[in-house]
Design a binder for this molecule. Structure first.
Ligand code: C2O
Ligand code: CU
Ligand code: CU
Length: 495
């Protein structure tokens, strides 16, 4: 690969700089509070037999020391907290056996995948305690960072909060050819961001107040891959972070402490048409974004969640800030003290199918109004407080039917004062507009979850996927897990 003149000059400069300014020792490292080693989750690539890739997962209870000296009771998949990064290729058939050893029923949902409804792992594929369930499906979509998590009816919030989630990476040939940072654990890292609340004995504290029931669970401690205040030491000058907001309810406005720009290369469902250079990125619960950061200047940088991630007015806004729901969060330090600048360059164009999703393909239009009833919030989960089109989730009601392989335009109207990240199963959609304007950043790519702020309207072009099943529904819902558990969810069949 040819080295550009700019790169050459940069390398000369950093080389000279290193000679003139010796690096401070470890003790003087910037951001000393970030001293825990960054956790690189284990990768599970399954066991191949023929063209089937088999995975064996067990959901179980565990214990993890997040805040020494306290051990915290947790849930995990093949481990104490969270699960392995599952990895498969487009064209593979995966067969994933899920054993439930939790002591309560659960499910595992493959978030972002296009797959038959009976394999989706939603509330209808419940696994009894002590039982197991096998999902089998073809990977028909392009390279992307997807994830999996519990989708237990009325219990998704508490189960994910305790750790029942993990990342699922899909690879493909087109993405292999791009020359992007892609050495796992070296210059390519999953980054699962979750806010949690711990009591003085180190126990996880779940929803315990009326405002939290309304806004969803927010915590003051951020975990990254299950670690508090991690330091990611890297040896490469260009690194790729696969960000997943795995929080129950908190939206993050992510930025580096020195406001450096970074490139967003992918959203929920795969690559954007081209890298987008930004200085901040808003990520709502359920959303993913892949970013590439240049750290060849060798300065440690702190990833922050800034205030003002969501827009809320009046009483709701006041409650947000009073309760610490909109606090600034320090998330992760990347320490490139030993990094060597490579000659990697981002491609100008990236492979994506988003541009093939044109509005003129649509054969149906639907509208979804998200709403909530105020002043009735004491009812716990399963109440009728959060609604879509005036109705709360009912397992026995199918809200509509769509045609396989068709495209629909969905208008999602938020009639409530608070934000709702709207998620649809079995699809990667295109965001056509937010309040009439074309979206930017990671919203230019294929998505399965989109943030809809109070009083906003987003319009989506939603492809329906090829699988027909008149009896098993897919879900659409708010990915604020407390809102989902309290009824802001509906069901559709493709048939
Ligand atoms: Cu990530 Cu229906 O869920
Ligand atoms: Cu999903
Ligand atoms: Cu919501």
């Amino acid at each position: 690969m040819a080295v550009s003149r700019r790169r050459f000059l940069e390398r000369m400069m950093y080389g000279l700089g290193a000679l003139m300014l010796p690096f401070p020792g470890r003790a003087a490292a910037a951001f000393p509070a970030f001293s825990s080693p960054f956790a690189v989750p284990p990768v599970d690539e399954g066991t191949r037999s023929g063209d089937t890739l088999r995975f064996d997962l067990t959901a179980r209870r565990g214990s993890r020391t997040f805040l020494p000296p306290h051990a915290t009771s947790t849930l995990g998949v093949n481990g104490d907290y969270l699960g392995p990064v599952l990895r498969a290729r487009k064209g593979d058939t995966v067969e994933i056996r899920v054993n439930n050893r939790l002591g309560e029923p659960t499910t595992l949902h493959w978030h972002g995948f296009i797959l038959p409804a009976s394999m989706d792992g939603g509330p209808h594929q419940q696994i009894a305690d002590g039982g197991d369930w096998t999902a089998r499906f073809d990977i028909v979509q392009d390279a992307a960072t997807l994830w999996y998590h519990s989708h237990q009816y009325h219990r998704t919030g508490p189960q994910v909060y305790q750790g029942l989630a993990g990342v699922f990476i899909v690879d493909d040939d087109a993405s292999d050819r791009l020359g992007l940072p892609s050495t796992y654990g070296v210059d390519d890292f999953p980054v699962v961001i979750q806010d949690r609340e711990f009591d003085s004995a180190g126990r996880l504290v779940y929803v315990n107040s009326m405002p939290e029931r309304m806004h969803g669970k927010h915590g003051d401690t951020v975990l990254v891959n299950g670690v508090v205040r991690p330091r990611l030491e890297v040896s490469r000058g260009l690194i790729r972070l696969r960000l997943l907001n795995g929080s129950n309810a908190r939206t993050y406005r992510l930025a580096w402490h020195d406001q450096r720009r970074f490139s967003v290369i992918a959203g929920d469902g795969g690559f954007l048409p081209a890298p987008v250079s930004v200085s901040e990125l808003t990520l709502a619960p359920g959303e993913r974004a892949e970013i590439v950061v240049d750290v060849s200047d060798r300065s440690p940088i702190l990833l922050k969640g800034l205030t003002g991630a969501v827009r809320m007015s009046g009483m709701m806004g006041m409650m947000m800030s009073r309760m610490g729901f909109d606090r600034e969060m320090d998330i992760l330090v990347v320490d490139p003290a030993q990094a060597v600048a490579g000659d990697q360059r981002l491609p100008d164009r990236l492979p994506t199918r988003v541009e093939a999703l044109r509005p003129d393909l649509a054969v149906a239009e639907r509208s979804f109004t998200l709403d909530m009833r105020m002043g009735m919030m004491g009812g716990g989960t399963g109440g009728g407080n959060f609604t879509i089109n005036g109705r709360s989730m009912d397992m026995s009601r199918v809200d509509f039917r769509a045609r396989p392989n068709s495209h629909e335009i969905w208008r999602v109207v938020n009639d409530s004062p608070m934000p709702h990240p709207f998620h649809v199963h079995n699809t990667q959609f295109r965001v056509l507009a937010r309040n009439g304007k074309r979206p930017g950043g990671h919203e230019r790519g294929l998505k399965d979850t989109v943030l809809v702020n109070g009083q906003e309207t987003v319009s989506l072009l939603v492809p329906m996927g090829p699988y027909a099943d008149p009896d098993t529904p897919y879900m659409y819902h708010c990915h604020n897990l407390e809102h989902e558990d309290q009824g802001m969810m509906g069901q559709f069949v493709v048939a």
